[in-house]
Design a protein around this ligand. Structure first.
Ligand code: NI
Length: 180
Protein backbone atom coordinates (compact mmCIF):
# COMPACT_ATOMS: atom_id res chain seq x y z
CA UNK A 1 0.00 0.00 0.00
CA UNK A 2 1.94 2.94 -1.25
CA UNK A 3 -0.53 5.76 -1.43
CA UNK A 4 -2.71 7.69 0.93
CA UNK A 5 -5.79 6.73 -1.14
CA UNK A 6 -5.31 3.03 -0.59
CA UNK A 7 -5.16 3.51 3.14
CA UNK A 8 -8.39 5.33 3.82
CA UNK A 9 -10.19 2.15 4.89
CA UNK A 10 -7.46 1.12 7.30
CA UNK A 11 -8.27 1.73 10.96
CA UNK A 12 -4.80 1.88 12.48
CA UNK A 13 -1.68 2.66 10.53
CA UNK A 14 0.68 -0.27 10.58
CA UNK A 15 4.34 0.48 10.96
CA UNK A 16 6.49 -1.09 8.24
CA UNK A 17 9.29 -3.17 9.74
CA UNK A 18 12.80 -3.82 8.43
CA UNK A 19 12.59 -5.77 5.18
CA UNK A 20 9.73 -3.63 3.85
CA UNK A 21 10.95 -2.34 0.50
CA UNK A 22 9.49 1.12 0.96
CA UNK A 23 11.96 1.74 3.80
CA UNK A 24 14.77 1.68 1.24
CA UNK A 25 13.13 3.79 -1.43
CA UNK A 26 13.50 7.52 -2.00
CA UNK A 27 10.20 9.22 -1.21
CA UNK A 28 8.66 11.72 -3.66
CA UNK A 29 7.70 15.30 -2.78
CA UNK A 30 4.20 15.99 -1.52
CA UNK A 31 2.19 17.89 -4.14
CA UNK A 32 -1.28 17.87 -2.58
CA UNK A 33 -1.64 19.72 0.70
CA UNK A 34 -4.71 20.18 2.86
CA UNK A 35 -7.33 17.90 4.33
CA UNK A 36 -6.19 14.52 3.09
CA UNK A 37 -2.63 15.16 4.22
CA UNK A 38 -3.89 16.46 7.57
CA UNK A 39 -5.93 13.31 8.11
CA UNK A 40 -2.96 11.11 7.35
CA UNK A 41 -0.76 13.14 9.69
CA UNK A 42 -3.36 12.87 12.48
CA UNK A 43 -3.34 9.09 12.11
CA UNK A 44 0.45 9.04 12.08
CA UNK A 45 0.51 11.00 15.34
CA UNK A 46 -1.92 8.43 16.80
CA UNK A 47 0.34 5.61 15.69
CA UNK A 48 3.35 7.42 17.12
CA UNK A 49 1.59 7.87 20.47
CA UNK A 50 0.59 4.24 20.55
CA UNK A 51 4.14 3.12 19.80
CA UNK A 52 5.53 5.67 22.29
CA UNK A 53 7.94 6.97 19.69
CA UNK A 54 9.28 10.47 19.09
CA UNK A 55 9.21 10.52 15.30
CA UNK A 56 7.55 8.78 12.38
CA UNK A 57 8.17 9.23 8.67
CA UNK A 58 5.59 8.58 5.95
CA UNK A 59 7.51 5.65 4.37
CA UNK A 60 7.28 3.89 7.75
CA UNK A 61 3.52 3.71 7.33
CA UNK A 62 3.71 2.67 3.68
CA UNK A 63 3.46 6.15 2.13
CA UNK A 64 6.30 7.03 -0.22
CA UNK A 65 6.02 10.79 0.21
CA UNK A 66 8.31 13.33 1.82
CA UNK A 67 6.87 14.15 5.21
CA UNK A 68 7.33 13.17 8.83
CA UNK A 69 6.04 13.99 12.28
CA UNK A 70 8.05 14.65 15.41
CA UNK A 71 6.52 14.53 18.85
CA UNK A 72 8.79 15.16 21.76
CA UNK A 73 7.23 14.32 25.10
CA UNK A 74 5.32 17.24 26.57
CA UNK A 75 5.50 19.30 23.38
CA UNK A 76 3.12 19.78 20.46
CA UNK A 77 3.78 17.58 17.46
CA UNK A 78 5.57 19.20 14.51
CA UNK A 79 4.91 18.13 10.93
CA UNK A 80 7.64 18.60 8.31
CA UNK A 81 6.47 18.36 4.70
CA UNK A 82 9.04 18.36 1.88
CA UNK A 83 11.79 19.22 4.36
CA UNK A 84 15.35 20.14 3.56
CA UNK A 85 18.19 20.50 6.01
CA UNK A 86 19.84 23.74 4.94
CA UNK A 87 22.48 24.05 7.65
CA UNK A 88 24.26 21.63 9.94
CA UNK A 89 26.48 22.49 12.88
CA UNK A 90 30.16 21.58 12.65
CA UNK A 91 29.85 20.05 16.12
CA UNK A 92 28.70 16.47 16.22
CA UNK A 93 27.34 14.40 19.05
CA UNK A 94 26.83 10.68 19.65
CA UNK A 95 23.42 9.70 20.93
CA UNK A 96 21.54 6.43 21.23
CA UNK A 97 18.87 5.95 18.57
CA UNK A 98 16.17 3.43 17.96
CA UNK A 99 13.59 3.13 15.21
CA UNK A 100 9.98 1.99 15.19
CA UNK A 101 10.81 -0.05 12.08
CA UNK A 102 13.47 -1.98 14.02
CA UNK A 103 11.84 -2.46 17.40
CA UNK A 104 14.27 -3.40 20.14
CA UNK A 105 17.43 -2.28 18.33
CA UNK A 106 19.44 0.67 19.54
CA UNK A 107 22.83 2.13 18.72
CA UNK A 108 24.88 5.26 19.26
CA UNK A 109 24.83 7.37 16.11
CA UNK A 110 27.05 10.41 15.52
CA UNK A 111 25.28 13.37 13.90
CA UNK A 112 25.56 17.16 13.81
CA UNK A 113 24.29 18.51 17.13
CA UNK A 114 22.16 21.24 15.50
CA UNK A 115 20.44 21.70 12.15
CA UNK A 116 18.40 24.33 10.39
CA UNK A 117 15.44 22.96 8.46
CA UNK A 118 13.22 24.44 5.82
CA UNK A 119 9.86 22.72 5.37
CA UNK A 120 6.15 23.23 4.77
CA UNK A 121 3.22 22.58 7.07
CA UNK A 122 0.21 20.47 6.04
CA UNK A 123 -1.41 23.52 4.43
CA UNK A 124 1.64 24.21 2.29
CA UNK A 125 2.91 27.17 4.30
CA UNK A 126 6.73 27.34 4.46
CA UNK A 127 8.65 27.63 7.70
CA UNK A 128 12.24 27.50 8.88
CA UNK A 129 13.20 25.93 12.17
CA UNK A 130 16.49 25.84 14.04
CA UNK A 131 16.73 22.53 15.84
CA UNK A 132 19.07 21.49 18.63
CA UNK A 133 19.19 18.69 21.17
CA UNK A 134 16.66 15.88 20.80
CA UNK A 135 14.71 17.75 18.12
CA UNK A 136 17.81 17.98 15.90
CA UNK A 137 18.45 14.30 16.43
CA UNK A 138 14.90 13.21 15.55
CA UNK A 139 14.65 15.53 12.54
CA UNK A 140 17.84 14.07 11.04
CA UNK A 141 16.74 10.50 11.72
CA UNK A 142 13.29 11.06 10.15
CA UNK A 143 14.68 13.05 7.24
CA UNK A 144 16.95 10.09 6.47
CA UNK A 145 13.87 7.87 6.17
CA UNK A 146 12.71 10.01 3.23
CA UNK A 147 15.86 9.01 1.37
CA UNK A 148 15.64 5.33 2.28
CA UNK A 149 18.37 5.64 4.92
CA UNK A 150 18.10 3.82 8.25
CA UNK A 151 19.94 4.86 11.41
CA UNK A 152 22.27 1.88 11.41
CA UNK A 153 23.61 2.88 7.97
CA UNK A 154 25.68 5.46 9.89
CA UNK A 155 27.53 2.75 11.82
CA UNK A 156 30.68 0.87 10.88
CA UNK A 157 30.19 -2.33 8.89
CA UNK A 158 30.99 -4.45 11.90
CA UNK A 159 28.51 -2.62 14.13
CA UNK A 160 25.85 -2.88 11.42
CA UNK A 161 26.36 -6.61 11.21
CA UNK A 162 26.10 -7.01 14.98
CA UNK A 163 22.97 -4.88 15.18
CA UNK A 164 21.25 -6.80 12.39
CA UNK A 165 22.14 -10.18 13.85
CA UNK A 166 20.74 -9.10 17.19
CA UNK A 167 17.63 -7.66 15.53
CA UNK A 168 16.96 -10.90 13.65
CA UNK A 169 17.16 -12.80 16.92
CA UNK A 170 14.70 -10.48 18.65
CA UNK A 171 12.33 -10.47 15.66
CA UNK A 172 12.36 -14.25 15.51
CA UNK A 173 11.74 -14.93 19.17
CA UNK A 174 9.37 -12.17 20.20
CA UNK A 175 6.90 -11.51 17.37
CA UNK A 176 4.27 -9.85 19.54
CA UNK A 177 6.43 -7.81 21.88
CA UNK A 178 5.78 -4.25 22.86
CA UNK A 179 8.28 -1.71 21.67
CA UNK A 180 8.88 2.00 21.92
NI1 NI B 1 13.18 5.48 12.26
Amino acid sequence: MNSVCNRTSVETLEIVKLGGEILRQKAVPVTVFGQRLEETVARMIEALDKAQGVGLAAPQVGIGERFFVVQIKGEVPIVFVNPSIIETSPETVACEEGCLSLPGSYADVVRPSAVKVQAFDTKGRPFTLECAGLLARVVQHENDHLDGILFYDHLSELKQKRLLEKYEKIAKHKPGRKHR
